[in-house]
Design a protein around this ligand. Structure first.
Ligand code: GLN
Length: 503
C-alpha cells in the first residue's frame, strides 16, 4: 500500500475501515507531515493552529470505537484527518478569521458543518489560514501569517481558503473544509492543483461559519479527487434548522453513481471562457479539456451568458454591502479585541478605535465600500443595480440549463477556474482590481446560487516551474449529482489529480 499521506480520502477511510491503517496512524502521519512541512520561513504555512494532543486523543477514541463497534458505526469519515478553515466555529481552540480583532476569540460552540465532520468520525487536526474574514484571493490579507503555494513557495496558494487548499495539496490532510463567497474554494483549489467544490447555496448549513456575505457564503470541501469530494459532500450537506437559509432538500448519496459516466453529457461553453486575457497555458488546458470531454462522448455547446461580464462589478457591491452589515458586530463590546480609551472618550471612540486597530486594510476598505453602496442617495444607483444584475446573471444560467423556449438545455457549464496560475507573493498587492479579477470565472456561481467545482486540468509553465491549472464546471441549483459525475468523467480520463508537488 502507498504511504498513508498519499491516499485519497476514500482510499484512507477504506483502509481504516478494513483495519489496514489505524485512525491513530493516519492522524500521526498527518501531524508528522504538518510538523515537517508547514513551519518556518519557507514552510507552507497552511495552519494557524494544530491540535496535536486533542487530535491524537480523538484518534485513539475512534480506534477504540472501531474495535468495539466497527468503522461503519463510527461514520463515513472514521479516523480521517481533517482541517477546517479558521472562519468555522469550533468549541475548542480559537476561531480567528485570520483577523487581529478575533485573534483571541474562543467560540462557545461548534458549527454544523464541523460538527457533521466530527459526528462522521473525522479527526480535526487544525485550523487553516485565510484572507482576513475571507476577503481576498491570495491569503496575503491574513493578519496572522503567510501561506505559500506547495508547488512554488514564492507564489500564493490563492484565497481566501488558501490554507485549506495548500494543506490538501501538500498531502497534510486528505480533506479540508473551506468557504466560498466569490470563489474562495475553487480559485485556491485551482492554484494548488486539488479538487474544490462550492455546493449550491443552502446545501450546507452556514451555522457557525463566521459571516462575510450571507447571501453568497457557502462551505465546501477540498480533496485530491472527485470521488472523495462526493464522500465529503455526503457528510456535510443537509438541512439544518439553525440556518434559516438552509435548504430543506434531500441529500442524495453522491457516491452511488459517481463512477457512472453521463450518457450524452451536454457541456455549455460561454464565449467568455475563451478570453484572450487568459494565460496561454490556461487556454491550452481548457481546450484540451474540451477535446477530452468530446472523446468521452460529450457534446460541447456554445452558449451565451451575456451578463457574466458584469459579475465582478455586481459582486463587489453585493459582497461589501453585506460585509459592512455583518461586520458591524465587532464593536469591542461583544466579540474579540477591545481598544483602550481615555477616561474622557465615549462609546463611539471605543467603537472606532477598536475597529481601526482590529481590522486590516482590505476589511476596512470593504466596510467603507459597502457602507457607501448602501447609503441613502446611493442605494438605488449601486446596491439595487447590483441586485438587478445579479438576477440577470441567474436568468442567464437558468436559460442555459433549460431547454424550454429554445434554451440550449446543457447539463453543466464549463470555464477555466482562474484566468492564470498561482502568482508571486506581492504581485497584485498594489493593484486591487487585478486581485479582484482573479475571481472573474468564479463569482457568478455565488451570485446565481448554483453549484461549482474546480478540478485539476493540467499545468502552466512559468519561470521554468510547472503550476497547476483548474477546469471549472457549474451545475443548476441542487444538481451536484450530475456535477460530480461530470467532473469524475474527466478525472478518470486524465492523470492531473494524481500529481503532487515535490516536497
Ligand atoms: N476573492 C473574493 C473576495 O475577495 C472572494 C472571496 C471569497 O469567496 N470568500 O471577496
Amino acid at each position: 500500500m502507498s504511504h498513508i499521506i498519499e491516499l485519497t480520502l476514500t482510499e484512507l477511510t477504506r483502509a481504516i475501515a478494513s483495519k489496514e491503517v489505524s485512525a491513530l496512524d493516519a492522524t500521526q502521519a498527518a501531524l508528522d507531515r504538518i510538523a515537517g512541512q508547514d513551519g518556518g520561513e519557507t514552510g507552507v504555512g497552511a495552519f494557524l493552529q494544530v491540535f496535536t494532543d486533542k487530535a491524537l486523543a480523538d484518534a485513539r477514541a475512534i480506534d477504540d470505537r472501531i474495535a468495539s463497534d466497527g468503522a461503519e458505526a463510527v461514520g463515513p469519515l472514521a479516523g480521517a484527518p481533517v482541517a477546517l478553515k479558521d472562519n468555522m466555529c469550533l468549541s475548542y481552540g480559537k476561531t480567528t478569521c485570520a483577523s487581529r480583532i478575533l485573534e483571541e476569540y474562543e467560540s462557545p460552540f461548534t458549527g454544523t458543518a464541523a460538527q457533521r465532520v466530527l459526528d462522521a468520525g473525522g479527526v480535526v487536526v487544525g485550523k487553516t489560514n485565510l484572507d482576513e474574514f475571507a476577503m481576498g484571493s491570495s491569503c496575503e490579507h491574513s493578519a496572522l501569517g503567510a501561506t505559500r503555494n506547495p508547488w512554488d513557495r514564492s507564489r500564493v496558494p490563492g484565497g481566501s481558503s488558501g490554507g485549506s487548499a495548500a494543506a490538501v495539496a501538500a498531502r497534510m490532510v486528505p480533506l479540508a473544509l473551506g468557504s466560498d463567497t466569490g470563489g474562495s474554494i475553487r480559485q485556491p483549489a485551482a492554484l494548488c492543483g486539488v479538487v474544490g467544490c462550492k455546493p449550491t447555496y443552502g446545501r450546507v448549513s452556514r451555522w457557525g461559519l463566521v459571516a462575510f456575505a450571507s447571501s453568497l457564503d457557502q462551505i465546501g470541501p477540498f480533496t485530491t479527487d472527485v470521488k472523495s469530494t462526493a464522500l465529503a459532500m455526503n457528510v456535510i450537506c443537509g438541512f439544518d434548522h439553525l440556518d434559516s437559509t438552509s435548504a430543506d432538500v434531500e441529500t442524495p448519496d453522491f457516491l452511488v453513481e459517481i463512477d457512472t459516466p453521463i450518457d450524452g453529457l451536454r457541456i455549455g461553453v460561454p464565449a467568455q471562457a475563451r478570453s484572450d486575457q487568459n494565460h496561454p497555458d490556461v487556454t491550452k488546458s481548457f481546450e484540451a479539456a474540451i477535446e477530452q470531454y468530446k472523446a468521452l462522448g460529450a457534446t460541447i455547446v456554445d452558449i451565451e451568458l451575456p451578463h457574466l461580464d458584469y459579475g465582478i462589478a455586481a459582486y463587489y457591491i453585493v459582497a461589501p454591502a453585506e460585509a459592512s452589515s455583518n461586520l458591524a458586530r465587532y464593536d469591542g463590546v461583544r466579540y474579540g479585541h477591545r481598544a483602550e480609551i481615555e477616561a474622557d472618550e465615549d462609546l463611539v471612540a471605543l467603537f472606532s478605535k477598536t475597529r481601526a486597530e482590529g481590522f486590516g486594510a482590505e476589511v476596512q476598505r470593504r466596510i467603507m465600500l459597502g457602507t457607501f453602496a448602501l447609503s441613502s442617495g446611493y442605494y438605488d444607483a449601486y446596491y439595487n443595480t447590483a441586485l438587478k444584475t445579479r438576477r440577470k446573471i441567474k436568468q442567464d444560467f437558468d436559460n442555459a440549463f433549460s431547454d424550454a423556449n429554445g434554451g440550449p438545455g446543457v447539463d453543466v457549464v464549463m470555464t477555466p477556474s482562474s484566468p492564470e496560475p498561482a502568482f508571486k507573493h506581492g504581485a497584485k498587492s498594489d493593484d486591487l482590481l487585478a486581485m479582484y479579477l482573479a475571481d472573474i470565472y468564479t463569482v457568478t456561481a455565488n451570485l446565481a446560487g448554483i453549484g461549482g467545482i474546480s478540478i485539476p486540468g493540467g499545468f502552466a509553465e512559468e519561470d521554468g516551474v510547472s503550476l497547476p491549472v483548474g477546469v471549472q464546471l457549474f451545475c443548476p441549483a441542487f444538481g451536484e449529482t450530475t456535477l460530480l459525475r461530470a467532473a469524475r468523467m474527466y478525472e478518470s480520463a486524465t492523470e492531473w489529480n494524481r500529481m503532487a508537488p515535490a516536497m
